[in-house]
Design a protein around this ligand. Structure first.
Ligand SMILES: NC(=O)c1ccc[n+]([C@@H]2O[C@H](COP(=O)([O-])OP(=O)(O)OC[C@H]3O[C@@H](n4cnc5c(N)ncnc54)[C@H](O)[C@@H]3O)[C@@H](O)[C@H]2O)c1
Length: 342
């Protein structure tokens, strides 16, 4: 399988490393509008360089493209890639609003190619184990869920690119960029809330960014089960996000690296990524590998863990929190992708 990477910034190095470590995968091309950066990336990773993604999409040797560009470009690039018969691995989020997300979903449904989004934490060992146990109905009824993400993103982080911190290009702040992983995991493990009420604010970074750096929300699952979410980019470091699941028969504590059941460690993973930030985790390679297996029809237990059109659900939750803050009211979630995944 030949890969092309679109966007040669921070996360692209993680994509290149994942591709390098997969037996039947080759990185053959990359593209960036920043020519110097893109050419340097191409030299470092021994691949061809294109100055436009349209050119890369016309390269018939490429089977899979990864989209590692600013958020506002994801929907447009994914749709064009699918229309050009490329399989697509898109960085999160799927899009920056639901109108765009619906267009991506339509393109996926009209394509013979495969599509996924980098919710790589679904492939962390602790997450894989908890999902398996929940699917086997090990813990009885769910009573509540909590998700907490407190990270450090300062002015340097926002000023280092021209797209972060702005509604039109990032689509939001801590919710759509950092906490969306945890929001995806909550939806994936506990289900889709029927309504949500939330508040956003810009605190430490109010002289740097227009989007929120902090947010909190309460969602309600069917049967009145509460989900509470707290996220902030104003913390001093980047601890692993933490999720709590209050089941009738077990209290679960989950982070990217560890799973505790009733305060007993069940799984502690000490593996660290060799490229990229520790808090990006180790899941990209497993996600890429599982995606390649799906393309060639080799399905296994992890195939259903791959995000597909259900990647729209975390975006729907995020957008509903923004809408709730704007209207100061509960917002109903349509869950318009329903039970379908790819
Ligand atoms: N999954 C994760 O854990 C994780 C971690 C970090 C970043 N991300 C995601 O990765 C994506 C990129 O983030 P980043 O931090 O690498 O950003 P970045 O700004 O470092 O890199 C983006 C690159 O895209 C290039 N680009 C912009 N417009 C382009 C175009 N039209 N064609 C081709 N290239 C173009 C830019 O020049 C830049 O080099 C975002 O969606 C972000 O949310 C995901």
């Amino acid at each position: 399988m030949n890969f092309g990477i679109i966007g040669c910034g921070s996360i692209a190095a993680v994509h290149a490393e994942a591709i390098k470590n997969i037996k039947n995968a080759n990185l053959v091309a990359c593209c960036d509008i920043d020519i110097d950066k893109g050419k340097y990336f191409a030299r470092t990773h021994f691949c061809r360089f294109y100055a436009s993604f349209q050119e890369l999409l016309h390269d018939d040797t490429i089977d899979v493209v990864t989209i590692a560009t600013p958020h506002f470009l994801h929907a447009k690039m994914a749709i064009m890639a699918l229309n050009n018969k490329k399989n697509v691995i898109c960085e999160k989020p799927m899009a920056i609003n639901m109108a765009e997300a619906q267009m991506v979903v339509a393109a996926i449904q009209n394509s013979d190619c495969q599509y996924t989004v980098c919710y790589q934490n679904r492939f962390n060992p602790a997450m894989i184990e908890l999902k398996r146990e929940i699917l086997n109905n090990q813990f009885g009824k769910l009573r509540g869920v909590s998700g907490i993400v407190t990270w450090h993103r300062d002015a340097n982080y926002y000023n280092s690119t021209n797209w972060k911190g702005r509604w039109s290009t990032e689509g939001g702040g801590v919710l759509i960029n950092q906490a969306i992983h945890t929001i995806d995991e909550i939806y994936w493990l506990a289900g889709m809330p029927v309504k949500i009420k939330g508040k956003i604010m810009t605190a430490s970074l109010d002289d740097t960014i227009e989007v929120e750096d902090s947010a909190m929300a309460t969602g309600i699952l069917p049967n009145n089960i509460p989900i509470v979410i707290f996220a902030s980019n104003d913390y001093s470091s980047d601890p692993q996000p933490q999720m709590l699941f209050d089941f009738e028969l077990a209290k679960i504590k989950l982070s990217a690296n560890s799973l505790y059941i009733n305060d007993e460690p069940v799984l502690i993973n000490k593996q660290k990524p060799t490229v990229g930030k520790n808090y990006w985790g180790i899941g990209h390679q497993k996600l890429f590998e599982t995606f390649l297996d799906k393309i060639v029809g080799h399905t296994n237990a992890l195939t259903s863990y791959l995000p597909c059109i259900d990647a729209a659900r975390s975006l729907e939750i995020v957008r509903a929190i923004y809408e709730s803050d704007r209207t100061n009211s509960w917002v109903k979630l349509n869950n318009y992708v329903g039970e379908n995944n790819c």
